[in-house]
Design a protein around this ligand. Structure first.
Ligand code: ATP
Length: 939
């Protein structure tokens, strides 16, 4: 059915409010009310309407959220724990400590809040990388526009895979609609222009489509009736379009670890109380030291720092063309073990060019220039049949790249080059019906009048194109060398098969083209099977779609990083295998498994196929096959990144650990189901994302190591004091500990979260799915190595300072005693020594295995700034008289400073030696890398 023609657009008399339009009135009246026509609005008119109706987007309700989020920081369990400590300190008679603890709470909450807001903003900003688009007709020309620019009256085309961007009335065609986001009903419903008028709610109307629903099949032309907050979606939900920021496994792990440490800290604080009393401290002092221990050891800032590191990863990924929708995806990416990728557009350029044509007894190089004696008459029949069977639109002035499927664009270009161009208007005029391309059937058909094959007036012709093996069963004849239709015999079938294999062997994509002229007066078949039978095969079209630049390198890097790559494609096996071979996928144990073979495999057999170390080309797969492969791989414990672009790929995308959709060529449905969207559709970006994922995880480990390491030199002084029964004065005051926690630790920790990747990051095998961020090796390095060395150094400096002043065990050092100033200097040197050791720890933590020299001292400028701040802060605490008063410090002499000056180098040097020892003991990680070029892939 075609749309009702109406009067030309009158742009002056617009309905004031979109609600005043009755979308169920007869079409002619609707067009009149909306002041539009089937050829759409003019650009100028749409600009005017945008001013009247506003942008087509949902505005978020709920007002400001930040006050609540800030408040949330104070109700965190750790903050409450610290608040209890502050109250105890107050009650225990040490108001200065109480105030300091409150300062810790405030500063931490402020920091956490700022970090979380930043993380949230980073994720929300991603929406800008993925602007929703819509296909509209304006000024009679089809074109893509941003969905937010739709206005009532726009003629909107809705096709399979699209997310509908506005409420609209169908004027032509029919679609299957998934309305689950509006009605909760998960079964798709059919909507068409021919629907009879009926009562009931708007959502039940059979000729309306709604913003927020998705089209799972068919294609329809519609006229937009409502946009933005006036749509049903806007009305029902007033949804806030926030991206989910649920806790990632990494954050959960760290949260658990934080709790364990908090419990240990509280236990330690509680244990210090009797020990302190026994060592001769009064109640007040003992309580305040217990509190100091707790505050020192509770890693309050860890979680927000991790969230921020993940968010920074998300932001960086977006800049590299990979938009992830959950923070947690960043860390999952790092442990990816298998990538299942489709071929067309991801591994290849998706810029098809027809290079060969096959007709019985004749092969034509489609790239050669036409000659005077051109034997291409039959080729024109092939090209015009193929071009008739398309919905794409060739490039034009308004759409320089054309719109639609690149396969079809290549066919339109071929027809044009052969002198049988097909214009959209002509094609539309002749078109009687379309059976859209179906990823399962792998073919498409149209019923058209006019064209070469039709002899008589209005009689229609079926045009079919698709994979040879799915078109051939519908054919009973073929065109022979003279262009006459003959019965399709075994010999012709063999010739076709051989031609396809020959083309496929050089990586060409092959399409069979067939047609059937209906008898004059014969009714148009509405059943697909009916239409696609009794066909005459015209010939084959082979097109080149070369691998993308950079993909071979990315494949090599993925192999080096211990990942396997399976190709899951709808294309013909040998074609896909050749492309795979060209870019290094496959190797010695590679094989092709076709969709039909896959269907025959039992689950156990599939497991056996996947358990080998070879890479597999799954060819001619159905979308369901993707899900099955994904499930089988996950059941084997693999972490799977799976690409997909069609509506039917959505389940597999959801099921994979990382569902990857294509930003340019993919459907909205796939993009919504995916965890990561590639804005450049490029396979290489997946490998870049894995790299980034690994780096973020590594960096989290770096700052966890850094933060954990300083606990030892903070706790040991208290232990020495307690164990000596008071014979050794306290080497560190509580407020000095707080100065470390508050002033010197935070910035370098944040900077470690931004470390560039360590060399060899992508030479390691993937991290195991179960490997925790905090493992035994990390704890050993933090506490037994870096922490212990630091503790030994600072205690050494403390005793050395006291000893130089003439102190002996048990000598009094309190206020008014001759040794008091020396004691203040000694505690100051403990404090400054801890800061010095932290600097060494920060440099050591920068690498896990590699030497610091391989990454360079200055490759993380943020860390250098962080350390500079740390030094200035420490100098202020030591030398500024008011700070001396608060923190109980005394100025250090140059000679005393010289004692602690080598500490950073010693701490880092010991760790550097241990890393060197580890590197020399363990050979470089051997990753099985599949051989690249292997001539044949078994079928
Ligand atoms: P991949 O799954 O790797 O993206 P693909 O694009 O080849 O590969 P499909 O789009 O599912 O996968 O196509 C499968 C087959 O269907 C193609 O090999 C081709 O034979 C046929 N085909 C593809 N596009 C069309 C089309 N527009 N019309 C008719 N047949 C098509």
């Amino acid at each position: 059915m075609t749309a009702t023609e109406t009067a030309p657009v009158d742009s002056t008399a617009l309905p004031d409010r979109a609600e005043s339009v009755d979308e169920r009135q007869p079409l002619a009246e609707l067009f009149r009310d909306l002041r539009t026509s089937p050829s759409g609005l003019s650009e100028r008119e749409t600009a005017r309407r945008r001013l009247v109706y506003g942008a087509n987007e949902l505005t978020r309700r709920g007002g400001r959220r930040w006050p609540r989020e800030l408040l949330d920081q104070f109700t965190q369990p750790l903050a409450i724990l610290l608040a209890v400590a502050a109250v105890l300190a107050w009650v225990g008679g040490t108001p200065a400590l109480s105030i300091a603890v409150v300062a810790v709470i405030l500063l931490n909450a402020g920091f956490a809040f700022v970090q979380e807001m930043q993380a949230e903003r980073a994720v929300e900003a991603l929406a800008a990388f993925l602007p929703a688009t819509a296909l509209v007709v304006r000024d009679g020309v089809r074109g893509e526009v941003k969905a937010r620019d739709l206005v009532p009256g726009d003629v909107l085309i809705v096709a399979e895979g699209d997310r509908v961007s506005a409420d609209a009335r169908i004027i032509d065609g029919d679609v299957l609609l998934d309305l689950s986001s509006l009605t909760g009903e998960s079964l798709p419903v059919s909507r068409s222009a021919q629907a009879a008028a009926e009562a009931g709610s708007l959502l039940e109307a059979h000729d309306l489509v709604f913003s927020g629903s998705t089209c799972t099949g068919g294609e329809a032309t519609t006229v937009v009736t409502r946009t933005g907050m006036h749509t049903e979606l806007g009305r029902i939900a007033a949804l806030s379009q926030r991206v989910t920021t649920e806790r990632s496994p990494l954050e959960r792990q760290v949260r658990r670890a934080t709790w364990i440490i908090a419990v240990v800290a509280v236990a330690m604080g509680a244990a210090f109380l009797p020990a302190g009393l026994a060592a001769g401290l009064g109640w007040t002092a003992a309580i305040s030291f217990s509190i100091g221990l707790i505050v020192a050891n509770v890693p309050e800032g860890l979680l927000p720092t991790i969230t921020l590191a993940l968010a920074a990863g998300v932001r960086e990924l977006a800049r590299h063309g990979a938009v992830v929708k959950r923070l947690s995806a960043v860390e999952t990416l790092g442990s990816t073990t298998v990538i299942c990728t489709d071929k067309t557009g991801t591994l290849t350029e998706n810029r098809m060019r027809v290079t060969r044509l096959w007709l019985t007894g004749q092969e034509i190089d489609a790239t050669a220039p036409a000659t005077a004696n051109d034997p291409r008459a039959r080729a024109r029949v092939l090209a015009s049949a193929a071009a008739a069977c398309t919905t794409a639109e060739a490039p034009s002035d308004s759409q320089p790249h054309g719109t639609g499927d690149p396969t079809e664009l290549a066919l339109l270009r071929l027809a044009d080059e052969l002198g049988v161009p097909t214009t959209p208007a002509e094609r539309k005029k002749n078109r009687r019906a379309v059976f859209h391309f179906d990823a399962r059937l792998k073919r498409m058909s149209t019923l058209d009048t006019g064209g070469d094959a039709v002899g008589d007036g209005d009689a229609a012709t079926v045009h079919t194109k698709g994979a040879l093996e799915t078109v051939l069963p519908g054919c009973n004849r073929f065109l022979d060398a003279d262009g006459a239709a003959q019965t399709l015999n075994a010999e012709a079938r063999l010739a076709l098969q051989q031609a396809q294999d020959r083309y496929a062997a050089s990586g060409l994509r092959v399409l069979a083209v067939a047609q059937r002229a209906l008898e004059p007066g014969q009714s148009i078949p509405d059943d697909r099977e009916d239409a696609e039978s009794g066909l005459t095969l015209i010939g084959l079209v082979a097109m080149a779609d070369p691998p993308r630049k950079g993909v071979a390198d990315a494949v090599a890097r993925a192999h080096q990083a211990g990942m396997r790559i399976h190709v899951v494609t709808g294309d013909y096996g040998p074609t896909a295998a050749e492309i795979a071979r060209q870019i290094g996928i496959g190797g010695k144990n590679g094989r092709i498994v076709t969709g039909a073979e896959l269907d025959r495999l039992t689950d156990a057999e599939l497991d056996a196929v996947l358990s080998g170390d070879g890479e597999i080309v799954f060819a001619r797969t159905s979308p369901e096959a993707k899900l099955r492969i994904c499930e089988a791989l996950r059941a084997r414990g693999e972490v799977v990144a799976m690409t997909g672009d069609g509506v039917n790929d959505a389940p597999a995308l959801r099921h994979a650990d990382i569902g990857v959709a294509m930003g340019r060529s993919g459907t909205d449905v796939a993009r919504e189901a995916a965890t990561m969207v590639l804005t450049d559709d490029d396979f290489a970006t997946i490998v870049v994302a894995v790299d980034a994922g690994r780096r973020v995880f590594d960096n989290v480990r770096k700052f966890v190591l850094y933060i954990f390491a300083h606990a030892v030199p903070e706790v040991v002084p208290f232990l020495v004091f307690a164990l000596s029964g008071g014979a050794v004065p306290l080497p560190l005051s509580v407020l000095q500990i707080l100065a470390v926690d508050l002033g010197t630790e935070t910035l370098p920790a944040l900077a470690l979260g931004r470390e560039p990747a360590e060399p060899g990051l992508m030479d390691r095998p993937p991290r195991s799915r179960t490997a925790g961020v905090i493992d035994r090796a990390l704890l050993f390095r933090a506490w037994a190595l870096l922490g212990s060395v630091s503790a030994a150094l600072v205690m050494g400096a403390f005793f050395f300072t006291l000893w130089r002043a003439g102190w002996h065990s048990g000598d009094p050092t309190g206020g008014g005693t001759p040794l008091h100033h020396a004691y203040l200097q000694a505690t100051t040197i403990t404090f400054a020594g801890i800061v010095a050791c932290q600097i060494g720890t920060a440099f050591a933590a920068r690498t896990d295995r590699a030497s610091l020299f391989t990454i360079g001292l200055r490759s993380n400028p943020l860390l250098l700034w962080g350390i500079a701040f740390e030094l200035v802060f420490t100098a202020a605490v030591i030398y500024a008289p008011p700070a001396q008063h608060v923190f109980g410090t005394a100025a250090l002499s140059p000679a005393q400073l010289a004692v602690i000056a080598p500490f950073p180098v010693i701490v880092w040097g010991v760790d550097e030696l241990v890393r060197w020892f580890r590197r020399s003991r363990t050979a470089p990680v051997a990753v099985p890398v599949p051989d690249r070029l292997v001539p044949s892939v078994s079928t």
